[in-house]
Design a protein around this ligand. Structure first.
Ligand SMILES: [Zn+2]
Length: 423
Protein backbone atom coordinates (compact mmCIF):
# COMPACT_ATOMS: atom_id res chain seq x y z
CA UNK A 1 0.00 0.00 0.00
CA UNK A 2 1.49 3.32 -1.01
CA UNK A 3 0.58 6.52 0.78
CA UNK A 4 -1.80 7.04 3.63
CA UNK A 5 -5.35 5.73 3.40
CA UNK A 6 -7.11 8.96 4.25
CA UNK A 7 -6.03 12.56 4.63
CA UNK A 8 -8.25 15.19 6.23
CA UNK A 9 -8.16 18.51 4.41
CA UNK A 10 -10.61 21.37 5.14
CA UNK A 11 -12.79 21.63 8.27
CA UNK A 12 -16.44 22.65 8.22
CA UNK A 13 -16.94 26.05 9.82
CA UNK A 14 -19.35 26.38 12.76
CA UNK A 15 -22.96 27.19 11.78
CA UNK A 16 -23.94 30.88 11.80
CA UNK A 17 -25.97 30.52 15.00
CA UNK A 18 -23.25 28.37 16.62
CA UNK A 19 -26.06 26.31 18.11
CA UNK A 20 -24.06 23.14 17.97
CA UNK A 21 -20.51 22.09 17.21
CA UNK A 22 -19.88 20.28 13.96
CA UNK A 23 -17.39 17.59 12.96
CA UNK A 24 -17.61 17.86 9.16
CA UNK A 25 -14.53 17.88 6.99
CA UNK A 26 -13.24 17.26 3.50
CA UNK A 27 -10.60 14.68 2.75
CA UNK A 28 -8.84 12.54 0.18
CA UNK A 29 -9.18 8.77 0.39
CA UNK A 30 -6.37 6.96 -1.40
CA UNK A 31 -7.05 3.52 -2.89
CA UNK A 32 -5.12 1.32 -5.33
CA UNK A 33 -7.63 2.36 -8.02
CA UNK A 34 -7.45 6.10 -7.44
CA UNK A 35 -8.60 8.84 -5.12
CA UNK A 36 -11.98 9.58 -3.63
CA UNK A 37 -12.44 13.20 -2.70
CA UNK A 38 -14.80 13.41 0.26
CA UNK A 39 -17.52 14.00 1.23
CA UNK A 40 -18.70 11.73 -1.56
CA UNK A 41 -21.80 9.76 -2.45
CA UNK A 42 -20.92 6.23 -3.62
CA UNK A 43 -23.59 4.83 -6.00
CA UNK A 44 -24.62 1.23 -5.45
CA UNK A 45 -24.05 -1.48 -8.02
CA UNK A 46 -25.60 -4.31 -6.04
CA UNK A 47 -24.79 -7.21 -8.38
CA UNK A 48 -21.73 -5.58 -10.02
CA UNK A 49 -23.98 -3.37 -12.10
CA UNK A 50 -25.54 -0.01 -11.39
CA UNK A 51 -28.96 -1.04 -12.64
CA UNK A 52 -29.62 0.19 -16.20
CA UNK A 53 -26.51 2.42 -16.35
CA UNK A 54 -23.16 1.77 -18.06
CA UNK A 55 -20.06 2.29 -15.90
CA UNK A 56 -18.78 4.87 -18.41
CA UNK A 57 -21.89 6.93 -17.76
CA UNK A 58 -21.44 6.58 -13.99
CA UNK A 59 -17.97 8.07 -14.38
CA UNK A 60 -19.30 10.84 -16.61
CA UNK A 61 -21.97 11.84 -14.11
CA UNK A 62 -19.31 12.21 -11.42
CA UNK A 63 -19.33 8.93 -9.49
CA UNK A 64 -15.89 8.44 -7.95
CA UNK A 65 -16.42 4.89 -6.69
CA UNK A 66 -19.08 2.16 -6.75
CA UNK A 67 -20.31 -0.17 -3.99
CA UNK A 68 -21.42 -3.75 -4.62
CA UNK A 69 -22.95 -6.28 -2.24
CA UNK A 70 -20.96 -9.31 -1.12
CA UNK A 71 -24.13 -11.26 -0.35
CA UNK A 72 -25.50 -10.94 -3.88
CA UNK A 73 -22.21 -11.67 -5.62
CA UNK A 74 -21.52 -14.63 -3.34
CA UNK A 75 -24.83 -16.19 -4.42
CA UNK A 76 -24.54 -15.15 -8.06
CA UNK A 77 -22.22 -15.56 -9.96
CA UNK A 78 -20.06 -16.65 -6.95
CA UNK A 79 -16.98 -14.90 -5.56
CA UNK A 80 -14.69 -17.35 -7.36
CA UNK A 81 -15.94 -16.19 -10.77
CA UNK A 82 -15.37 -12.52 -9.88
CA UNK A 83 -11.87 -13.36 -8.65
CA UNK A 84 -11.07 -15.23 -11.87
CA UNK A 85 -12.22 -12.16 -13.81
CA UNK A 86 -9.58 -10.10 -12.04
CA UNK A 87 -11.75 -8.73 -9.25
CA UNK A 88 -14.89 -6.64 -9.04
CA UNK A 89 -13.69 -3.56 -10.94
CA UNK A 90 -12.22 -5.57 -13.78
CA UNK A 91 -15.28 -7.84 -13.96
CA UNK A 92 -17.72 -4.92 -14.27
CA UNK A 93 -15.47 -2.68 -16.39
CA UNK A 94 -15.11 0.00 -13.69
CA UNK A 95 -11.56 1.30 -13.39
CA UNK A 96 -12.11 3.47 -10.30
CA UNK A 97 -12.27 2.55 -6.59
CA UNK A 98 -14.74 -0.09 -5.44
CA UNK A 99 -16.41 -1.01 -2.15
CA UNK A 100 -18.16 -4.20 -1.10
CA UNK A 101 -20.33 -4.44 1.99
CA UNK A 102 -19.95 -7.47 4.24
CA UNK A 103 -23.18 -9.28 3.51
CA UNK A 104 -24.29 -8.79 7.11
CA UNK A 105 -27.12 -6.47 6.26
CA UNK A 106 -28.45 -8.62 3.42
CA UNK A 107 -28.35 -11.94 5.24
CA UNK A 108 -30.43 -10.33 7.97
CA UNK A 109 -32.83 -8.38 5.75
CA UNK A 110 -33.23 -10.25 2.45
CA UNK A 111 -32.38 -13.37 4.42
CA UNK A 112 -35.54 -13.01 6.44
CA UNK A 113 -37.60 -12.10 3.43
CA UNK A 114 -37.95 -8.38 4.04
CA UNK A 115 -36.77 -5.42 2.03
CA UNK A 116 -34.19 -2.93 3.16
CA UNK A 117 -36.66 -0.78 5.10
CA UNK A 118 -36.74 -3.27 7.93
CA UNK A 119 -33.60 -1.86 9.48
CA UNK A 120 -34.78 1.69 9.25
CA UNK A 121 -38.48 1.59 9.99
CA UNK A 122 -40.52 -0.11 12.61
CA UNK A 123 -44.03 0.13 11.19
CA UNK A 124 -45.80 -3.20 11.03
CA UNK A 125 -42.81 -5.29 12.00
CA UNK A 126 -42.43 -7.13 15.28
CA UNK A 127 -38.98 -7.68 16.65
CA UNK A 128 -39.45 -11.41 16.74
CA UNK A 129 -40.05 -11.32 12.99
CA UNK A 130 -36.36 -10.65 12.81
CA UNK A 131 -34.63 -12.32 15.71
CA UNK A 132 -36.79 -14.82 17.54
CA UNK A 133 -37.18 -18.44 16.62
CA UNK A 134 -39.91 -19.09 14.07
CA UNK A 135 -40.44 -21.64 11.37
CA UNK A 136 -40.78 -19.02 8.60
CA UNK A 137 -37.51 -17.30 9.31
CA UNK A 138 -34.84 -17.60 6.68
CA UNK A 139 -31.89 -16.44 8.77
CA UNK A 140 -30.60 -17.73 12.09
CA UNK A 141 -28.07 -15.71 14.06
CA UNK A 142 -25.77 -17.38 16.55
CA UNK A 143 -22.54 -16.24 18.16
CA UNK A 144 -20.46 -17.81 15.40
CA UNK A 145 -22.32 -16.46 12.36
CA UNK A 146 -25.55 -16.45 10.38
CA UNK A 147 -27.24 -19.33 8.60
CA UNK A 148 -29.59 -18.17 5.89
CA UNK A 149 -31.62 -19.32 2.96
CA UNK A 150 -30.82 -17.92 -0.50
CA UNK A 151 -33.55 -15.59 -1.74
CA UNK A 152 -32.77 -16.94 -5.25
CA UNK A 153 -33.27 -20.68 -4.91
CA UNK A 154 -33.90 -21.43 -1.24
CA UNK A 155 -30.56 -23.18 -0.76
CA UNK A 156 -28.97 -22.94 2.70
CA UNK A 157 -25.77 -20.96 3.32
CA UNK A 158 -23.70 -19.81 6.24
CA UNK A 159 -21.78 -16.55 6.67
CA UNK A 160 -19.26 -16.16 9.47
CA UNK A 161 -16.76 -13.30 9.88
CA UNK A 162 -14.16 -15.52 8.24
CA UNK A 163 -16.41 -16.39 5.28
CA UNK A 164 -17.28 -12.72 4.74
CA UNK A 165 -13.58 -11.82 4.65
CA UNK A 166 -12.81 -14.68 2.26
CA UNK A 167 -15.65 -13.66 -0.04
CA UNK A 168 -14.66 -9.99 0.03
CA UNK A 169 -11.02 -10.82 -0.64
CA UNK A 170 -12.07 -12.87 -3.64
CA UNK A 171 -14.30 -10.04 -4.87
CA UNK A 172 -11.26 -7.80 -4.50
CA UNK A 173 -12.82 -4.38 -3.82
CA UNK A 174 -10.52 -1.62 -2.57
CA UNK A 175 -12.64 -0.97 0.52
CA UNK A 176 -14.38 -3.78 2.39
CA UNK A 177 -16.44 -4.04 5.57
CA UNK A 178 -16.26 -6.22 8.68
CA UNK A 179 -19.14 -8.68 9.11
CA UNK A 180 -21.63 -7.23 11.59
CA UNK A 181 -25.06 -7.98 12.93
CA UNK A 182 -27.48 -5.32 11.79
CA UNK A 183 -30.33 -5.02 14.30
CA UNK A 184 -33.56 -3.04 14.04
CA UNK A 185 -35.13 -0.41 16.25
CA UNK A 186 -37.56 -3.10 17.40
CA UNK A 187 -35.00 -5.31 19.04
CA UNK A 188 -35.04 -5.08 22.80
CA UNK A 189 -32.34 -3.19 24.67
CA UNK A 190 -31.05 -6.51 25.97
CA UNK A 191 -30.78 -7.90 22.46
CA UNK A 192 -28.96 -4.75 21.28
CA UNK A 193 -26.41 -5.22 24.08
CA UNK A 194 -25.69 -8.81 23.17
CA UNK A 195 -25.63 -7.89 19.48
CA UNK A 196 -23.01 -5.15 20.02
CA UNK A 197 -20.88 -7.67 21.92
CA UNK A 198 -21.30 -10.18 19.10
CA UNK A 199 -20.41 -7.59 16.44
CA UNK A 200 -17.30 -6.69 18.46
CA UNK A 201 -16.20 -10.32 18.56
CA UNK A 202 -16.92 -10.70 14.85
CA UNK A 203 -14.84 -7.54 14.17
CA UNK A 204 -11.90 -9.09 16.01
CA UNK A 205 -12.23 -12.27 13.96
CA UNK A 206 -12.51 -10.24 10.73
CA UNK A 207 -9.23 -8.45 11.51
CA UNK A 208 -7.45 -11.75 12.10
CA UNK A 209 -8.79 -13.33 8.92
CA UNK A 210 -8.13 -10.13 6.93
CA UNK A 211 -4.50 -10.11 8.13
CA UNK A 212 -4.11 -13.79 7.22
CA UNK A 213 -5.61 -13.31 3.74
CA UNK A 214 -3.63 -10.10 3.11
CA UNK A 215 -0.37 -11.95 3.89
CA UNK A 216 -1.40 -14.97 1.82
CA UNK A 217 -2.35 -12.78 -1.15
CA UNK A 218 0.46 -10.22 -0.85
CA UNK A 219 0.79 -9.89 -4.62
CA UNK A 220 -2.69 -8.32 -4.85
CA UNK A 221 -3.58 -4.67 -4.12
CA UNK A 222 -4.15 -3.95 -0.41
CA UNK A 223 -7.83 -3.94 0.57
CA UNK A 224 -8.82 -1.47 3.29
CA UNK A 225 -11.04 -3.00 5.97
CA UNK A 226 -13.63 -0.88 7.79
CA UNK A 227 -15.09 -1.92 11.15
CA UNK A 228 -18.85 -1.33 11.42
CA UNK A 229 -20.26 0.52 14.43
CA UNK A 230 -23.64 -0.72 15.65
CA UNK A 231 -25.66 0.07 18.80
CA UNK A 232 -28.97 1.27 17.33
CA UNK A 233 -30.37 4.39 18.99
CA UNK A 234 -28.54 4.05 22.32
CA UNK A 235 -25.76 6.53 23.07
CA UNK A 236 -23.87 4.25 25.45
CA UNK A 237 -24.01 1.31 23.03
CA UNK A 238 -22.97 3.42 20.02
CA UNK A 239 -20.00 4.84 21.95
CA UNK A 240 -19.12 1.42 23.36
CA UNK A 241 -19.27 -0.12 19.89
CA UNK A 242 -17.06 2.60 18.39
CA UNK A 243 -14.53 2.47 21.24
CA UNK A 244 -14.46 -1.31 21.07
CA UNK A 245 -13.60 -1.31 17.37
CA UNK A 246 -10.94 1.39 17.83
CA UNK A 247 -9.33 -0.69 20.59
CA UNK A 248 -8.86 -3.70 18.36
CA UNK A 249 -5.30 -4.33 17.22
CA UNK A 250 -2.84 -5.30 16.17
CA UNK A 251 -1.76 -1.77 16.96
CA UNK A 252 -0.92 0.22 13.88
CA UNK A 253 -1.81 -2.55 11.46
CA UNK A 254 -4.54 -0.49 9.83
CA UNK A 255 -4.05 2.76 8.00
CA UNK A 256 -6.06 4.73 10.57
CA UNK A 257 -3.69 3.95 13.43
CA UNK A 258 -6.05 1.28 14.79
CA UNK A 259 -6.50 -2.27 13.54
CA UNK A 260 -9.02 -0.98 11.02
CA UNK A 261 -8.41 1.27 8.03
CA UNK A 262 -11.64 3.16 8.63
CA UNK A 263 -15.13 2.71 10.02
CA UNK A 264 -18.67 2.19 8.82
CA UNK A 265 -21.69 3.43 10.71
CA UNK A 266 -24.50 0.94 10.31
CA UNK A 267 -27.77 -0.28 11.66
CA UNK A 268 -30.95 1.38 12.71
CA UNK A 269 -30.78 5.12 12.15
CA UNK A 270 -34.04 7.02 12.62
CA UNK A 271 -34.13 10.23 10.61
CA UNK A 272 -34.64 12.51 13.60
CA UNK A 273 -31.70 10.95 15.47
CA UNK A 274 -29.34 10.56 12.54
CA UNK A 275 -27.09 13.55 13.25
CA UNK A 276 -26.93 12.81 16.96
CA UNK A 277 -25.95 9.18 16.41
CA UNK A 278 -23.33 10.01 13.77
CA UNK A 279 -21.90 12.60 16.14
CA UNK A 280 -21.65 10.15 19.08
CA UNK A 281 -19.81 7.69 16.87
CA UNK A 282 -17.49 10.18 15.18
CA UNK A 283 -16.50 11.65 18.54
CA UNK A 284 -15.13 8.22 19.47
CA UNK A 285 -13.33 7.51 16.19
CA UNK A 286 -9.81 8.67 15.30
CA UNK A 287 -9.89 11.88 13.29
CA UNK A 288 -7.58 10.28 10.74
CA UNK A 289 -10.01 7.45 9.94
CA UNK A 290 -12.50 7.70 7.06
CA UNK A 291 -16.14 7.11 8.09
CA UNK A 292 -18.75 5.60 5.79
CA UNK A 293 -22.44 6.03 6.62
CA UNK A 294 -24.18 2.93 5.30
CA UNK A 295 -27.44 3.11 3.37
CA UNK A 296 -28.14 6.84 3.56
CA UNK A 297 -29.20 8.85 0.49
CA UNK A 298 -31.90 11.43 1.28
CA UNK A 299 -30.63 14.97 0.67
CA UNK A 300 -31.39 16.19 4.18
CA UNK A 301 -29.75 13.10 5.72
CA UNK A 302 -26.66 13.61 3.58
CA UNK A 303 -26.31 17.17 4.87
CA UNK A 304 -26.76 15.95 8.44
CA UNK A 305 -24.25 13.14 8.03
CA UNK A 306 -21.64 15.41 6.45
CA UNK A 307 -21.99 17.95 9.24
CA UNK A 308 -21.38 15.36 11.93
CA UNK A 309 -18.30 13.81 10.36
CA UNK A 310 -19.35 11.15 7.84
CA UNK A 311 -17.12 11.14 4.74
CA UNK A 312 -18.86 8.77 2.34
CA UNK A 313 -22.39 7.44 1.82
CA UNK A 314 -24.13 4.81 -0.28
CA UNK A 315 -27.76 4.17 -1.07
CA UNK A 316 -29.85 2.39 -3.71
CA UNK A 317 -32.51 5.12 -3.57
CA UNK A 318 -31.50 7.17 -6.66
CA UNK A 319 -31.76 4.22 -9.05
CA UNK A 320 -34.64 2.51 -7.26
CA UNK A 321 -36.66 5.72 -7.34
CA UNK A 322 -35.70 6.28 -10.97
CA UNK A 323 -37.06 2.88 -11.97
CA UNK A 324 -40.30 3.84 -10.23
CA UNK A 325 -40.49 7.06 -12.29
CA UNK A 326 -39.72 9.24 -9.25
CA UNK A 327 -37.46 11.95 -10.61
CA UNK A 328 -35.29 14.21 -8.45
CA UNK A 329 -35.11 17.90 -9.24
CA UNK A 330 -33.65 20.98 -7.66
CA UNK A 331 -37.16 21.69 -6.42
CA UNK A 332 -38.01 18.25 -5.03
CA UNK A 333 -39.33 15.04 -6.59
CA UNK A 334 -42.05 14.47 -9.15
CA UNK A 335 -43.49 11.53 -11.04
CA UNK A 336 -42.67 11.62 -14.73
CA UNK A 337 -45.64 9.43 -15.66
CA UNK A 338 -48.10 12.18 -14.67
CA UNK A 339 -50.05 13.37 -17.72
CA UNK A 340 -48.79 16.93 -17.30
CA UNK A 341 -45.48 15.72 -18.77
CA UNK A 342 -47.01 14.37 -21.99
CA UNK A 343 -46.18 17.45 -24.02
CA UNK A 344 -43.42 18.86 -21.80
CA UNK A 345 -40.77 19.36 -24.47
CA UNK A 346 -38.17 20.61 -22.02
CA UNK A 347 -35.56 18.83 -19.94
CA UNK A 348 -36.34 17.49 -16.47
CA UNK A 349 -34.37 20.46 -15.16
CA UNK A 350 -33.07 23.27 -17.40
CA UNK A 351 -30.16 23.82 -15.03
CA UNK A 352 -29.16 20.16 -14.62
CA UNK A 353 -25.93 19.23 -16.40
CA UNK A 354 -26.59 15.49 -16.69
CA UNK A 355 -26.60 13.56 -19.96
CA UNK A 356 -30.35 13.00 -19.79
CA UNK A 357 -31.17 16.66 -19.30
CA UNK A 358 -28.74 17.69 -22.03
CA UNK A 359 -30.35 15.39 -24.61
CA UNK A 360 -33.91 14.40 -23.67
CA UNK A 361 -37.23 15.99 -22.77
CA UNK A 362 -39.73 15.23 -20.05
CA UNK A 363 -42.16 14.27 -22.81
CA UNK A 364 -39.75 11.61 -24.09
CA UNK A 365 -39.19 10.18 -20.60
CA UNK A 366 -42.94 10.22 -19.99
CA UNK A 367 -43.46 8.29 -23.21
CA UNK A 368 -40.65 5.82 -22.44
CA UNK A 369 -42.07 5.05 -18.98
CA UNK A 370 -45.65 4.74 -20.28
CA UNK A 371 -44.46 2.46 -23.08
CA UNK A 372 -42.39 0.46 -20.58
CA UNK A 373 -39.23 0.97 -22.63
CA UNK A 374 -36.00 0.01 -20.85
CA UNK A 375 -34.38 3.31 -21.79
CA UNK A 376 -36.72 4.98 -19.32
CA UNK A 377 -34.88 3.42 -16.38
CA UNK A 378 -31.53 4.30 -17.91
CA UNK A 379 -32.27 7.97 -18.50
CA UNK A 380 -34.02 8.46 -15.16
CA UNK A 381 -31.24 6.66 -13.25
CA UNK A 382 -28.54 8.80 -14.89
CA UNK A 383 -30.36 11.95 -13.84
CA UNK A 384 -31.12 10.85 -10.25
CA UNK A 385 -27.57 9.59 -9.62
CA UNK A 386 -26.15 12.81 -11.05
CA UNK A 387 -28.36 14.85 -8.69
CA UNK A 388 -27.20 13.05 -5.54
CA UNK A 389 -23.54 12.69 -6.52
CA UNK A 390 -23.40 16.39 -7.42
CA UNK A 391 -25.33 17.42 -4.30
CA UNK A 392 -22.62 15.89 -2.11
CA UNK A 393 -19.86 17.19 -4.39
CA UNK A 394 -21.40 20.62 -3.84
CA UNK A 395 -21.10 20.11 -0.07
CA UNK A 396 -17.42 19.28 -0.48
CA UNK A 397 -16.74 22.37 -2.56
CA UNK A 398 -18.75 24.54 -0.17
CA UNK A 399 -16.80 23.29 2.88
CA UNK A 400 -13.58 24.12 1.05
CA UNK A 401 -14.87 27.56 0.11
CA UNK A 402 -16.27 28.27 3.58
CA UNK A 403 -19.78 28.67 2.15
CA UNK A 404 -21.36 25.43 3.38
CA UNK A 405 -24.19 26.95 5.43
CA UNK A 406 -25.27 29.22 2.58
CA UNK A 407 -25.18 26.24 0.22
CA UNK A 408 -27.31 24.16 2.58
CA UNK A 409 -29.89 26.90 3.05
CA UNK A 410 -30.11 27.47 -0.69
CA UNK A 411 -30.45 23.77 -1.59
CA UNK A 412 -32.95 22.81 1.11
CA UNK A 413 -34.87 26.05 0.67
CA UNK A 414 -35.29 25.31 -3.02
CA UNK A 415 -36.49 21.78 -2.23
CA UNK A 416 -38.94 23.16 0.28
CA UNK A 417 -37.29 21.20 3.08
CA UNK A 418 -37.07 22.82 6.48
CA UNK A 419 -33.65 23.16 8.02
CA UNK A 420 -35.17 21.67 11.16
CA UNK A 421 -34.10 18.21 10.07
CA UNK A 422 -30.68 18.89 11.54
CA UNK A 423 -29.87 17.92 15.12
ZN1 LIG B 1 -30.54 15.84 -15.25
Amino acid sequence: MSGPGFVVEARLTEPPDSSRPVLGRTGTWHTPHGLIRTPAFIPVGTKATVKAVLPEMMAELGAQALLANAYHLYLQPGAQIVEEAGGLGSFMNWSGPTFTDSGGFQVLSLGVGFKKVIAMESAGVRHDDVVAAGKDRLAQVDDDGVTFKSHLDGSMHRFTPEVSMQVQHQLGADIIFAFDECTTLLNTRGYQESSVARTQDWARRCLLEHARLTAERAQLPYQQLLGVVQGAQYEDLRRQSARGLVSLGPEGQGLSGTGFDGFGIGGALQKAELGTIVRWVCEELPDTAPRHLLGIGDPIDLFTGVEQGADTFDCVAPTRNARNAAIYTRHGRFNITASANRRAFAPIDEECGCYTCRHYTRAYLHHAFRAKEMIAATLASIHNEYCIVQLVEGMRLAIEAGTYWDYKEEVLGRMGLALAGSP
